[in-house]
Every structure is written in C-alpha cells, then in structure tokens.
Design a protein around this ligand. Sequence first.
Ligand code: LLP
Length: 404
Amino acid sequence: MKYLKKKLTIENVKVDYIAKKYGTPTYCYSYSELKKNINNFKNSFRSFSPLICFAVKSNTNVNLIKEIKKFGLGADVVSMGELMMAIKAGINPKKIVFSGVGKTFDEIKYAINKNIFLINAESESEIKQIEKIAKLKKKRIQIGIRLNPNTDAKTLSQISTGKKENKFGVDSKTFIKLINNYKNSKNIELKCLSVHIGSQILDHKPYEKMLKSIAKILEKIKYRFEFIDLGGGMGISYDNKQKSLDYKKYQLVIKKFLNKYKSKIIFEPGRSIIGNTGTLISKIIYIKKSGKKNFIILDAAMNDLIRPALYGAIHRIMPSLKNNKISNENHEFVGPICESTDSFLNLKKFQELRENEIVVVCDVGAYGMSLSSNYNLRPKPIELLIKGSKIKVIKKRQRHKDFI
Ligand code: LLP
C-alpha cells in the first residue's frame, strides 16, 4: 500500500475507487504481498525444505487458499469445516495436518476417510478415539502428539499456548508415557512430535527454548520421529516500530537442532503469510466532538474486525487521501456497535478528517474476516483480491436477506 499523488493505492488500484465501486466496509487483499510473503518464507527456510501448512483459521477464504495452494503449500486445519474448505480449495490431503484439542468422533472419521497426512493428537483420550476408528476402518493412521513444552512465547497472554497452564498438548511426562504405549500399536503410527507455543511471536528466543525442550524429550526417549511440527506463530510488524520475527535467526536455531536430530520439519504459519496482505476499507459515517475528544465513527465495527476489542491489538489507520493538515486533537476511531469495546484506535494526532471520507485499517488479513460475526445483525463485508490493476470479488457482501 502506498500513496501516489496523495491517493492511497493497493497495487495499482486507488482505495477511493474501490470504496465507490464496491461500497464499505470492504476487505481487500493484495496478491503481490501474498506472493512476497510466501516466497520470503520459503526462501528463508529453504535449507531444510519444510512442509509448509497454511493455518486456515487465520483466513478461510477459499479463493485465497486456492492462491496459496498454487505455491505448493499444504494446510493446517482445526475443524471439519476448515478441512472441507482446504479440500475444496484443492489442497492435496497428503499435505493436510489436523490440529486442535477437541476433535470429535465425526471429525476424526472424516479426516481418516479423506486420507489426510497427519492428525496431531493432544490427549490420550483422543489417541484412543483415533485408534478405535482406525481399527474399524482397518487402517494404520499417522499421528503426531502435541507436546506442551512449557515455554513462554512472550506474546499476548490470550494468544499464548505453550505454557503448562494452557489447555494445549500434553506435558513431557505424559508425552513419554504415550510414546511407550503407542509405539508398537497396530493402528497408530507415531510420525510426528508437534508443538505450537503461541502467536505473534517477534523474538526467536522462545522458539530456541521450545527446541531445547523438544531436544530434552528426544534425549529421554529412544523413539525417533520422522517429522517435527513446529507450528506457526511467526510475528509480523503491526506498526512501523516493531520488527517482524527474524526468520534468519529462527532458521539458524532450527538448523542447529537438525544437525543433531534428523527429522523433516513442518510449519503451520497463518499470520506471517496473510496478515499484512489485507486491509479493511471503511467510511466515516459521523464525527462527534465530545469534550476533548473526536469520535470518528466508522461503518466498520468489531463484528468485522474484533482483534482490537478482544486482544487490545493495534492496527494502524490511514486516510485514503492525504491532505497534510494535521489535527492535534484526541481521536478515537470507533464502530457503530452498542459496546464500548467497539473501538479500533486512540490517537493524539491525525490529519484533519471529514464525514464520508474513506480510511483503511491496516494488516487485517489474518484473524480479521475469519473472526468476523453478524453481531448486531450486521452483514459481513465483501472480500476483494487485487492483482496489479485487476480486482476480483472473492466473496460477495452478505445481504440482510441472507439471514432475515
Ligand atoms: N498452528 C496451531 C496449532 C495454532 O493454534 C495456530 C494459531 C497456528 C498454527 C497459526 O498461528 P499464526 O502463525 O497465525 O500465529 N486470533 C488471534 C490468534 C490466534 C492464534 C491461534 N492459533 C489473533 O488474532 O491474534
């Protein structure tokens, strides 16, 4: 996204043009950013050719998954719906891993029927359930076991998953017990040790600790895994100050680990692939002065993008037209929903704004649309994919009649 003659553009298309033609609020993705992210990810870890499984939960748009598939990525799914969507997008089931703490009998059966690559189990009860279905189907099913490495990801507590108080995975004692119980099973093949310590991780050191925990376990057991699934979590920059995770440093610690423990690596990135490709285009409905504050009331709301309300996440906001007139008043960008947490951003300084102007909320490609809802019975936004000067509608705007 850049300003060309003061007009904000996504690839070669002006944001104002998009708003006029397709209305607002609108999710808009840039193909060239997506391509850049995937190639950067692939190149950074090329030395050990990992299997890269896109975390579908971060963005479930079938047309985007189709584009991601063209780069050879697989998928990481956490429900029957996501598994169906990945298959619909044409992802080879042999590149699909199924994660999650609470897979139901029907979900496991469906995954087994589709012959997916790997089910990452998170408890003994789940392994028993998989074994039961595998027996019924007279199959041998490849599973991973998710280890809870008790590692602090140093990220927001709400999106931290690798500490012992989190519900995810099993502790090292249980892990060892499960290996011993299932290594000679007829219907279960222990293929993978999996971990995922959290999301939006900006420093490589928690990953280094995580790998140390894995190494410790591997030292204790005689069993060797063909695959180690390191999950996702690679953090991106949501403002101009933060730096995204340094892939080079992460790559180096993995290389060191692989020198000793020879396994194939799986990654499950979501945000780092799709996060910065998306913007939410929105129109200012009203500007309300209240005391020392200007409420900028947008037509986008927490039902369209819940990250600020749910995690206190910061997303930059940019005007579609630069006017270089700075206002030093307090600005609060809010949505129209009847909740005080329906607020996107507080700023001390912004350019002067007027009603009906267009602004964009940045970096909403991951966990934006996928976490959207119909709260306040608001229809979900349209989604567009921009490729150069081309605009493709990749999901239609919901209409009231779709749910009334
Ligand atoms: N693998 C597993 C097992 C996961 O639980 C997750 C994310 C990922 C991979 C992908 O993580 P990523 O590379 O996208 O960080 N809604 C929150 C993020 C929740 C992440 C949940 N798990 C947010 O908006 O920040």
